[in-house]
Ligand binder design. Structure first.
Ligand code: NBP
Length: 475
């Protein structure tokens, strides 16, 4: 039988994506896995899907209608390279290879260039939403050529999540653009999760409320402007009791957060682009800090605040934390979109930032009401230089900033770490400042390295003869 699309790699993500594809009208799906067992299991467990199993790359290629389209869902890295090489051997010019794994975008740029030489199209597509998303509708962020989008677009639209009637997929940009945007998505996810965790910690330690009581607060917040998947699942996690001990589950989970590396990529990339994504960086570092038990043990006896910082009005405090969370979240997203803007400029991608915010409204971890506000801001002003300065967000920050400051002051006085709240506020105040002490830094640089400086009152570059008579010369 002839299939119109194929999937290579049938572990949890690939199997679910293949089932999703097969469930859509008009699709016949060819499936291939390195080891035969997974293919046989998938085909026998899902007879309704009508899969066309293949046991070699030759068989796989022969079972696909031209132009052939195959989605790779194997382990990122060497496994992806090996699979691409094998497909290139059996595919022909005009065919399309899609990498749906979590590739690092420079790898995607490299692979796209290499595969293009053969006349075959290569598309790196970020696929979000984990196994559930793969099965029921993910958010999909494809890069690659315009030509491949013509064939691929309708297929991806048919399997993507739907948010407010629109499929959560758009052609992000050429070559590595899709995987770049998926990377930043994950970075924003880190920041969002950390901010929520800080809000929980501040409320718990500030008011002594139980996790179950705090779950109710999050459930309440989920009915307002913070409405999002992450707030919703936070309430679920906090509500859960441990079967073995009867304690709140959150109290028996070891307080060391893991990471698979996409947050670190987002920060590393931002550093090379010169984009301050301090919220994402703090969130990534907070996970690292938590995962050093030996250092935490060594630091345990370092002194904290000498006086207690009681919360007088619990209701007002909780509302302050909510506002601080919303304001910090605006900063985190603003920073993330700034990284996408800078990445697009650096790599020559034409990325529609409003469209990106829309495809994150479904099928991914950061899905939220809030993303509609971002889409509106970019619809009003596509060349927006700074998302948080758009009227809606500027207004929200204006309303929340006093509360935000009170929360950061409380955290500082009480000795409660709130790195993402604090750094987001510092970023906000940094951009707002009329004058920054960067002037002094530049003066220092001129002193020790003759790096020169510009003046506020005249054009040109200047240098003070620090080791001479300290007169100024034009550089
Ligand atoms: P894994 O990342 O666990 O990879 C297992 C698959 O890779 C199996 O099909 C395996 O074949 C295949 N494979 C390996 Br390993 N080495 C290979 C090689 N040299 N040649 C051919 N195939 C090889 O699977 P996953 O968790 O389903 O994830 C798939 C991709 O989707 C990854 O890139 C992942 O980062 C990404 N992703 C995962 C999630 C998630 O929630 N899990 C979410 C979003 C994206 P075998 O059966 O013969 O060992």
């Amino acid at each position: 039988r002839t299939a119109n699309i194929g999937v290579v790699g049938l572990a949890v993500m690939g199997a679910n994506l293949a089932r999703n594809l097969a469930s859509r009208e008009g699709n016949t799906v060819a499936v291939l896995n390195r080891s035969r067992g997974r293919t046989d299991a998938l085909v026998s467990e899902h007879p309704e899907a009508g899969f066309v199993p293949a046991y070699s790359y030759e068989e796989f290629a022969a079972s696909l209608a031209k132009p052939r389209t195959a989605i790779i869902m194997v382990q990122a890295g060497a496994a992806t390279d090996a699979t691409i090489d094998a497909l290139v051997e059996v595919f022909e010019p005009g065919d399309i290879i899609v990498d749906g794994g979590n590739a690092y975008f420079p790898d995607t740029i490299r692979r796209e260039r290499a595969v293009r030489e053969t006349g075959i199209n290569f598309v790196g597509a970020g696929i979000s939403g984990g196994e559930e998303g793969a099965l029921n509708g993910p958010s999909i962020m494809p890069g690659g050529s315009d030509e491949s989008w013509v064939t691929l677009g309708p297929i991806l639209k048919s399997i993507a999540a739907v948010a407010e009637g629109e499929p959560c997929v758009t052609h992000v940009g050429h070559d590595g653009a899709g995987h770049f945007v998926k990377m930043v998505h994950n970075g924003i996810e880190y920041a969002d999760m950390q901010l929520i965790a800080e809000a929980y910690d501040l409320i718990r330690r500030g008011t002594g409320k139980s996790p179950a009581e705090i779950a109710e607060i999050f459930a309440e917040w989920n009915r307002g402007e913070l409405e999002s998947y992450l707030i919703e699942i936070t309430a679920e996690v906090l509500r859960q009791n441990d079967a073995a001990t009867g304690e709140p589950l959150v109290d028996v989970i070891l307080d060391q957060a893991g990471a698979k590396g996409t947050g670190a990529w987002t920060v590393q990339t931002a550093l090379s682009l010169g984009v301050p994504v301090s919220g994402i960086a703090e969130a990534t570092f907070a996970r690292s800090l938590s995962s050093h038990p030996e250092q935490r043990e060594a630091a345990r006896d370092l002194p904290g605040p000498s006086t207690a910082t009681p919360v007088d009005d619990e209701i007002a405090f909780v509302e302050d934390v909510r506002q601080a969370l919303y304001a910090s979240k605006i900063v985190a997203y603003s920073q993330g979109f700034d990284e996408i803007r800078a990445g697009a400029a650096e790599y020559g991608w034409n990325i529609d930032l409003g469209a990106i915010s829309k495809i994150w409204r479904g099928g991914c971890i950061i899905r939220a009401q809030f993303l509609n506000r971002i889409a509106e801001a970019y619809a009003e002003q596509p060349e927006l230089p700074l998302l948080m300065a758009a009227p809606y967000f500027a207004d929200a920050l204006g309303r929340g900033q006093e509360a935000w400051r009170r929360v950061v002051v409380h955290a500082t006085n009480a000795g409660i770490p709130a790195p993402a709240f604090s750094s987001s506020l510092a970023y906000y105040d940094g951009l707002r400042a009329e004058r920054l002490p960067a002037a002094l830094v530049q003066g220092q640089r001129d002193f020790f390295g003759a790096h020169t400086y510009r003046r506020v009152d005249r054009a040109g570059s200047f240098h003070t003869l620090w080791s001479g008579d300290r007169s100024e010369v034009e550089a």
